[in-house]
Write a protein that binds this ligand. Structure first.
Ligand code: HEM
Length: 261
């Protein structure tokens, strides 16, 4: 058996895979929240035929063309998506295998569960993890595929966010889900420190603090977007621009229309 296969077979190997795939997903979330916060930046010039556009739309377009012309359009994005998808699948499979292994290793069920040492976020990992998966499915249908209709337009990220978060139900869904995800992250980050062997009685307090700072930071960053739209801090797409910007956009649209004709 190759070393990689025997690593995968062992509990320690599976824990290692859970930790590493967790790091990949946290990396994605840090990048995602940074991208989302671009709704707070002023519009930028999208170039000929586009004119001024919200910074986040410019960024979303940039993500699709990274590496061009060396790489084909969206190649980088697809590699990142595949890495993320493989990470999610491996993470879930290994967690489930570890959990069944732990249950079957314990021949008799506990007469009464003792939770004295496990914190609530640790006990809820399976529930918060399942909720996270469900959130990702709804979220992709909502803001990537526009499956719930409304005024969704592909590529117009700012407009789509404005449209979504003027509805208090979507705001509640996102804020609630992000809260649950933050709990998952808090315990996940702390666990991965342990799996990777960073834990040590002298350091544990600070490692727990780091896990808390990361999960609270991500929570605040993500929640800032729906909150900004529902409270009117983030303006309507056509009001975020000055009249000069709107004029630029009109010229851009005219050029586009002429090209179509
Ligand atoms: C309030 C919080 C969030 C907002 C406003 C938000 C917004 C968005 C938007 C607008 C897109 C589509 C971007 C585009 O079409 O270019 C997107 C994609 C995505 N989001 Fe989020 N997101 C949030 C939280 C999350 C969280 C917590 C996760 C993961 C747990 C997540 C995972 C994803 C994934 C996997 C994609 C697809 C990326 C791709 O394949 O292009 N998002 N998000």
């Amino acid at each position: 058996m190759s070393r990689l296969a025997s690593l995968y077979q062992s509990s320690l190997g599976k824990k290692f895979i859970v930790a590493v795939t967790g790091i990949v997903m946290i990396g994605f979330l840090v990048g995602h929240v940074a991208g989302n916060l671009k709704i707070f930046l002023p519009p930028v010039d999208g170039g000929p035929g586009i004119g001024m556009q919200p910074d986040i739309d410019y960024y979303a377009h940039y993500l699709r063309v990274i590496g061009e012309p060396l790489l084909p359009a969206t190649a980088f994005l697809w590699v990142a998506r595949i890495v993320l998808l493989v990470s999610i699948i491996l993470h879930v499979i290994c967690v489930m295998q570890l959990s069944t292994h732990n249950t079957s290793a314990r021949k008799t069920a506990y007469a009464a569960r003792k939770y004295s040492r496990a914190t609530p976020p640790a006990r809820w990992m399976m529930y918060t993890g399942s909720a996270l998966l469900l959130f990702v499915v709804v979220h992709l249908l909502h803001l990537t595929f526009g499956a719930f209709g409304g005024g969704f337009e592909h590529g117009k990220v700012y407009h789509n966010l404005y449209d979504a978060f003027n509805n208090v139900l979507w705001v509640a869904f996102y804020v609630g889900s992000i809260g649950i995800i933050a709990l998952h992250l808090y315990h996940g980050v702390w666990s991965l420190f342990q799996t990777l062997g960073f834990d040590n009685p002298d350091r544990n307090r600070n490692l727990r603090r780091l896990a808390a700072v990361l999960s609270v930071g991500l929570f605040v960053g993500f929640v800032a977007v729906p909150t900004a739209f529902i409270t009117g801090i983030a303006k309507a797409p056509d009001h975020m621009e000055s009249s000069e910007v709107a004029a630029h956009q009109q010229v851009g649209n005219d050029v586009e229309n002429e090209e179509k004709e």
